[in-house]
Design a protein around this ligand. Structure first.
Ligand code: PGA
Length: 255
């Protein structure tokens, strides 16, 4: 049985290492033995090392990063390389989040990052998602282009290592004038993404696991996990609240 994924994206929070430790420890202390769920918390680079040492004792939570550069080393001021993450023992990394795309990251950049991350044995959590829904369903095409361009040239046998997070930008908790996405919205897109992937890589390919993200909380997690066609959730805002995040994990564990 593959485990359900509950992935936290802390984004640029909290404000200090001390607060990061408190938040992390609160989640860790609230966890019982997990049999059916894998919990990954993606934190700012700065906190990986701090939390790594706390994490070593229990291994209940896996740490992840929120970005990585594609080059291994050299004159790239301000960047963090996949080799550095690998040397730190970090396995998961979010790539192509819509907030990074909004800052100018392109499908081509993300594609290079995915291939580089995979070559270091990292597991990319690749975010794709439509910015808006239009009557002509152009948004399907938008996601298709993201999936195809981001995964271009990825080796077929590495495809199964990837996690794809479908995150409709219009449903994120921080999007102005946001709307709720439904599990049906999620399920439709998951089927569509699987179709794109089999068309591109062939039918006998182990496909990425697909998860949903966009205002997931303790009230809607059950619906998304049971009817959204996904194998997990990516949680932003609600992951900064230990009670809410623990509730989402316990929902996933009970399914
Ligand atoms: P949200 O964020 O849960 O706050 O909508 C999810 C994300 O951006 O990854």
């Amino acid at each position: 049985m593959t485990k359900k994924l509950v992935i936290a994206n802390w984004k640029m929070n909290p404000a200090s290492g001390k607060e990061a430790e408190t938040l992390f420890t609160d989640v860790e202390n609230g966890l019982t033995l997990l049999k059916k769920t894998e919990v990954i918390i993606c934190v700012p680079f700065l906190y990986l090392n701090i939390l790594k040492s706390a994490n070593r004792q229990t291994k209940k939570i896996i740490l992840g990063a929120q970005n990585v550069f594609y080059e291994e080393k050299g004159a790239f001021t301000g960047e963090i390389s996949p080799l550095m993450l690998d040397n730190l023992g970090i396995k998961y990394v979010i790539l192509g989040h819509s907030e990074r795309r909004a800052l100018g990251e392109t499908n081509l950049d993300i594609n290079k990052k995915i291939k580089s991350a995979l070559s270091f044995g990292l597991i990319p959590i690749v975010c794709v998602g439509d910015k808006e829904r239009d009557e002509n369903h152009e948004y399907f095409n938008f996601v298709k282009i993201q999936v195809e361009e981001c995964l271009n040239g990825v080796k077929k046998d590495l495809l199964g290592k990837i996690i794809i997070a479908y995150e409709p930008v219009w449903a994120l908790s921080t999007t102005e004038g946001r709307k709720d996405a439904t599990p049906v919205d999620s399920r439709e897109m998951v089927i569509f993404i699987r179709k794109i992937l089999t068309d591109k890589f062939g039918v006998n390919t182990k496909l990425p696991r697909i998860i949903y993200g966009g205002s997931v909380n303790e009230k809607n997690a059950l619906e998304f996990l049971t009817n959204g066609g996904v194998e997990g959730v990516l949680v932003g805002g609600a992951s900064l609240n230990p009670e809410k995040f623990l509730e989402i994990i316990s929902i996933a564990e009970k399914i």
